[in-house]
Design a protein around this ligand. Structure first.
Ligand SMILES: [Zn+2]
Length: 402
């Protein structure tokens, strides 16, 4: 399926680009972020329970991440992220600001959207949002001087800063999704083969479990619902991380939304162009995107109120809607331009599936997922490693409840 959507020529160009990317450099950029995340998670969650989380960057070309638990020693789980995945993340974060810039200059997409929002104070014409010096990431401040010596004139501080912010937020979001599987202890809900002690929840689609309809006819539906719950826990933890690292600001929120959408485009490649529920572990990424955006926009608004940055949710509802619409459309166009057969005529498949014309079948899928989320929620609540957690807030929102 994916081969038809993707352009052979573009994929060949990307394979060539990969040859020029230094795996060592990418690992060097990711390591301090992953170290920092892991020590924070251990202080907050695992050490008080006499446990310890570890992470590994694995020398693997495949694009994957895994949450691994040894059932004989469940308090010492491991998050594994492949170098293949980090390279994809790096390459997309690296290119996204440049492509955004081209889209904003050479098409009417941004101009039209801004007009729909009356060109109000929160809109921006440039490809990426302006990033104030004190909003930049630590990572950017570390690498900036090295870039200053040999920087292309078109590469502004905003674009360069956006690259590193996006890289960081994509890594953080992926890591916290895996942590979501671990904190919710999804391994307890997986069917283990006799003699197995290592239980992995993996993001790669080929890793189809043996437990199919013969052991549980709803196995895939339950697994798909748990992926959404890991996504939502991931969103929740990412917002905490952003608050802690002073990244909870407009450019950070916008780039997080773009990063999430791009990840969903990446996973979408093996999905059909409709909303039939496939017999695989992960739900259609358009549906995941629906949940993540719905949850994130609510959480951002409530966090702004909670931190005294606005007095009422409605004060920021309009700007946040703008960011969310803009992120979806820029990520969609980025993906189509980079990877797919796309001439700018029709909407790319992912965007078409996410659009109004498919609202009904999409919502049917979304509601089915909500049913299977609720079906497992009580058990997950009692299994969860920490309390309070995101579940209370999620239930309060009644998101996609019929
Ligand atoms: Zn997952």
């Amino acid at each position: 399926m994916s081969q038809q959507r993707n352009s052979r020529e573009k994929l060949n160009r990307i394979i060539e680009e990969n040859q020029h990317l230094s795996i060592e450099y990418i690992e060097q950029l990711a390591t301090p972020i992953l170290d920092d995340l892991t020590s924070w998670v251990n202080r907050k969650f695992y050490n008080p329970l006499n446990g310890e989380l570890n992470y590994e960057i694995t020398l693997d070309e495949r694009v994957n991440a895994t949450a691994t638990t040894n059932v004989l020693d469940p308090m010492h789980p491991v998050i594994k992220i492949t170098l293949g995945m980090l390279r994809e993340i790096y390459r997309d974060a690296f290119v996204f600001p440049l492509v955004s810039d081209i889209i904003s200059e050479s098409t009417t997409t941004v101009k039209t959207l801004n007009e729909q929002f009356q060109n109000l104070y929160f809109t921006f014409d440039s490809g990426v949002p302006p990033i104030h010096t004190n909003q930049q990431t630590k990572l950017f401040n570390l690498v900036k001087t090295a870039y200053d010596e040999r920087r292309h004139e078109k590469l502004t501080d905003d674009m360069l800063g956006a690259r590193f912010m996006m890289f960081e937020l994509m890594v953080v979001w992926l890591y916290f999704h895996e942590l979501g599987h671990l904190l919710q202890r999804h391994f307890l809900l997986k069917i283990i083969q006799p003699g197995d002690s290592i239980v992995s929840v993996s993001e790669i689609q080929e890793a189809v479990d043996f437990h199919s309809k013969t052991t549980d006819e709803n196995y895939f539906l339950k697994s798909q619902a748990r992926e959404i719950l890991a996504d939502l826990e991931g969103v929740d933890l990412t917002v905490s991380y952003m608050l802690k690292n002073k990244l909870f600001h407009m450019p950070g929120i916008y780039l997080l939304m773009c990063a999430q959408e791009i990840m969903f485009h990446r996973f979408f490649q093996s999905y059909p162009e409709n909303f039939e529920i496939p017999e695989i572990n992960h739900p259609n990424p358009v549906v995941r995107g629906e949940y993540v955006q719905g949850y994130l926009t609510n959480l951002v608004l409530d966090t702004l109120v909670k931190n005294g940055l606005i007095s009422d949710r409605k004060d920021a509802a309009y700007p946040i809607t703008y960011l969310s619409i803009r992120a979806s459309s820029m990520a969609g166009l980025f993906w189509a331009n980079r990877y797919e057969e796309f001439d700018g005529g029709e909407l790319p498949t992912f965007m078409r599936l996410a659009s109004k014309e498919n609202h009904e079948p999409k919502m049917q899928y979304v509601h089915t997922m909500r049913y299977w989320i609720d079906y497992q929620l009580e058990e997950i609540k009692s299994n969860h490693l920490c309390s309070p957690n995101f579940i209370e807030y999620f239930e309060g929102l009644r998101l996609y409840k019929k």
